[in-house]
Design a protein around this ligand. Structure first.
Ligand code: NAD
Length: 338
């Protein structure tokens, strides 16, 4: 009987605002009596033989639980070790990053019916970390695209479309210029599409997608977009902007065995430690996690409470949503709306 089960979930609180927003989620889960036991782990990276390494207790916990919720991790520029976010994605084979973006009823933006789903390739492209100096003043950065990673994320996008009732997969690319790399991505999509005769496939240049998203995002309401890594990074922030900003958008990093859910935003060092952060994005990421664990009833209840709180006026919203609430008073309002 599922109602007697307690699920272990690894919790990476993260840097900057990470602690504040993670604590908010933990408090809301306690109040909603979600059957989750958090296992907090430290992921401060160490350099072992020049390779950025995640502490073993964290790796063991994630491998055991298969599910983690993660706050943002800062990537110091020029500190010698690779981005911990990239390291986590590689270590656990988190090949697809699912980023839904839905208008929040009760928070007015120029569009009130955005409902997009963007799937970002999560392991390669410009994020391969292969850069070198040719001669001083001339550098080269490799954009790595493989058939294997492209096929995997594109197939995931078709499966996602099928299981969520979206009738079309839009493949976003720039193969007109990057003929080989994005060309391979497009070619893989054409092949995979043959396995899904009921789902339409279309191909769109990233510049056109940017224009169309900004001028009429509703044209993407019934599709799933899939794209190489960097395009997904940029277009998902653009999509966040359409619904009220980074404080609102969740994501899931999906792998074969492990999934790590996290907000789209970073560690927000400009507001860290000031009690100003909006925990909604991490909380909605945790709702994606609960649905993945088939704990839909808890996800629905928490999501309804946060949307009701945001809709109940500026005194109940955080500053990023033109409100005056602190992280903790916002959290308390969500709890009272559960
Ligand atoms: P950011 O997302 O941290 O912040 C951008 C802007 O959005 C800031 O003004 C910030 O205050 C605001 N913001 C973001 N989240 C918010 C929230 N929950 N509530 C209210 N306002 C919020 O982007 P950045 O400043 O470019 O990056 C800071 C650090 O985070 C960098 O080290 C970067 O590498 C890292 N980062 C990590 C992740 C991740 O862990 N997945 C993602 C992006 C950036």
């Amino acid at each position: 009987n599922k109602s007697f089960l307690i699920y272990n979930v690894t919790l990476i609180k993260g840097d900057g605002i990470g602690e504040e927003i993670s604590d908010a989620v933990v408090k809301i889960y306690e109040a909603a009596k979600v059957p989750v036991d958090w296992e907090p782990v430290d992921v401060t990276p160490s350099l072992i033989n020049g390779v950025t390494t995640i502490p073993k207790p964290a790796v063991d916990s994630i491998n055991k639980n298969k599910i983690a919720l993660k706050g943002p991790l800062a990537t110091p520029i020029g500190k010698g070790h690779q981005s911990m976010n990239l390291t986590l994605r590689r270590t656990f084979g988190l090949f697809a990053n699912v980023r839904p973006c839905k208008s929040v009823v009760g928070y007015k933006t120029p569009y009130d019916n955005v409902n997009t789903v963007l799937i970002r390739e999560n392991t390669e492209g410009e994020y391969s970390g292969i850069e070198h100096i040719i001669v001083p003043g001339v550098v080269q950065s490799i954009k790595l695209i493989t058939k294997k990673a492209s096929e995997r994320v594109i197939r995931y996008a078709f499966e996602h479309a099928k299981s969520t009732g979206r009738h079309e997969v839009v493949v976003v690319h720039k193969a007109s210029i990057m003929k080989l790399s994005d060309g391979l991505f497009v070619q893989c999509a054409k092949e995979i599409a043959k396995d899904y005769p009921d789902i339409k496939v279309s191909f769109e240049l990233i510049d056109n997608t940017s224009l169309r998203l900004a001028s009429d995002p509703t044209t993407y309401s019934k599709v799933v977009m899939v794209m190489p890594n960097l395009y997904g990074d940029i277009l998902s922030d653009l999509s966040s902007g359409l619904i009220g900003g980074l404080g609102l958008t969740p994501s899931g990093n999906m792998g074969e065995k492990v999934c790590i859910f996290e907000a789209v935003h970073g560690s927000a060092p400009d507001i860290a430690g000031k009690g100003l952060a909006n925990p909604t994005a991490l909380l909605l990421s945790s709702c994606m996690m609960l649905r993945h664990m088939s704990l839909n009833e808890y996800a629905d209840r928490i999501e309804a409470a946060v949307l009701k709180t945001i809709a109940s006026g500026p005194e109940h919203r955080t500053g990023d949503l033109r409100g005056t609430a602190s992280t903790s008073s916002f959290t308390d309002s969500i709890i009272s709306n559960l």
